[in-house]
Design a protein around this ligand. Structure first.
Ligand code: UDX
Length: 436
């Protein structure tokens, strides 16, 4: 089947290469000509494992093409996926101007039936609005359908998530739209959940907000553990083994970040309030999440007494491992606060240092994790990259000026820290101190 993708960001590009991998012929459109030049050289514009290989494979197989014109997308694919950005404005309201413009352009250039599918994360009723807008701008007597097909891909495992999803949700209001979307997903081995367009739109926001709520619940439990002497990992493990609760997305730390959770939680609250349903529980998720970083920073400040003129090592900059994405990264907010307090920072991240350097050229960018610790008054772990979990803590101890670790992701081996006589502060845990 011929498929067009409008908007070649994380969602669009990953969907495009994965559809090509499943045998479809795909045209990916983006207005950024520099990005397109990179893509044609099979270079990924962002860090995503497997992306350069699939770009090369399917340009060679002639199943993947690129263009900077939305008009080409209209001519090319029977199914046109809208994957452009919907950035947040004040208090969670999504800016829909890119989606609206694509809808108009598609309508103005429509010659034959097309299925238009919203894949960008959008508020409920966007499908209806796209349909109404297209109806106004269409020339002549051409039919079209609008469907919703939300994505659930995680950065860093986006290709795997897309090729082997837990489920595919398709929101449709016609049999033709359903049959075309079933054709798109023919090669996927997972349940296809067919819903109304509005339900599909809500499933996306509601799923991400639920996961954010679950993380926030773990973070709130961490506070309870800190005040009571219990251990948050023991508590969530004991709870998570109940399959009704589940252990995934139940890890306490310095809070969630990224391009989706913060934006989607705020958007759900906004959508809800706009249609007259109060959303105090959803608003609380976001506030509690922000508070988590404040608490961690306050702990560092309390322990180190004065931050001005101290040298601190920071491991991890990206909002989570396996990505170079800094959007809403707790590490970045922490760095800003530590810098403002006068600390000198020696930072390391396996892939996110080039992006961080653009924002903070004045930091010391370490060659490796141990180099970051060199002469530092303490080490802070802000992202749980596997290499940090496996780091040689004896070397860390030998390199730090003071053998003290603040672990914002509870990923450092407590037993080893204790054996080495180091000090470790975590989230929702009793500190490890020498001789205890
Ligand atoms: C998310 C959703 O998972 C995905 O389905 C959606 O479509 C896009 O948004 P992503 O933003 O790539 O994916 O990251 P994800 O792996 O979900 O992690 C989000 C944040 O939660 C990260 O900052 C991570 O560190 C944090 N997190 C995750 C926790 O703090 N604790 C956990 O137990 C799990």
């Amino acid at each position: 089947m011929k498929i067009s993708i409008v908007g070649s960001g994380h969602v669009g590009l990953v969907s495009g290469v994965c559809f090509a991998e499943k045998g479809h012929e795909v045209l990916c459109v983006d207005h950024d000509k520099d990005k397109l030049a990179k893509l044609k050289r099979s270079e990924s514009p962002f860090f995503e494992p497997g992306m350069p290989e699939l770009l090369a494979k399917h340009q060679a197989s002639k199943r993947l093409h690129f263009s900077d014109r939305t008009e080409d997308a209209v001519d090319f694919g029977q199914a046109i996926f809208i994957c452009v950005g919907t950035p947040s404005t004040e208090r969670g309201k999504a800016d829909m101007s890119f989606v609206e413009k694509v809808a108009r352009t598609i309508a103005e250039n429509l010659k034959d039936y097309r299925l238009v599918i919203e894949k960008s994360t959008v508020p409920i009723k966007t499908g209806e609005r796209i349909k109404r807008t297209m109806g106004r701008y269409i020339k002549g007597d051409v039919n079209f359908d609008v469907a919703s097909n939300p994505e659930f891909l995680r950065e860093g495992s986006a290709i795997e998530d897309t090729l082997k999803p837990d489920r595919v949700v398709i929101g449709v209001d016609s049999a033709k739209a359903e049959s075309l979307l079933r054709e798109v997903y023919k090669g996927f081995d997972c349940p296809i959940v067919v819903t109304s367009v509005g339900s599909a739109e809500l499933i996306k926001h509601a799923s991400n907000s639920f996961l954010a709520l679950k993380i926030t619940y773990a973070n709130w439990l961490a506070r309870l553990c800190e005040a009571s002497g219990a251990d948050v990992d023991e508590v969530v493990n004991g709870m998570g083994l109940d399959h009704r609760i589940g252990k995934h997305f139940f890890g306490a730390g310095i809070g969630y970040g990224g391009s989706c959770f913060p934006k989607d939680v705020d958007a759900l609250a906004h959508i809800s309030e706009e249609i007259g349903v109060d959303a105090p529980m959803i608003r609380l998720i976001s506030d509690t999440n922000k508070g988590q970083l404040e608490r961690f920073y306050n702990m560092i400040e309390r322990e180190l007494w004065v931050l001005n003129d101290k040298t601190l090592a920071v491991w991890g900059l990206a909002f989570k491992p396996n990505t170079d994405d800094l959007r809403e990264a707790p590490a970045l907010r922490l760095i800003e606060k530590l810098k403002a307090a006068g600390a000198r920072l020696r930072v390391h991240d396996p892939v996110a240092m080039p992006n961080t350097r653009k924002l903070h050229p004045d930091l010391y960018y370490a060659n490796d994790p141990i180099d970051a610790c060199n002469g530092a008054d303490a080490l802070i772990v802000a992202t749980e990259w596997p290499q940090y979990k496996q780091a040689d803590l004896a070397k860390v101890k030998a390199t730090l000026r003071v053998p003290m670790i603040f672990d914002g992701r509870n990923c450092i081996d407590r037993k080893r820290v204790s054996e080495l006589g180091m000090t470790l502060f975590g989230v929702g845990k009793e500190p490890v101190k020498p001789g205890e």
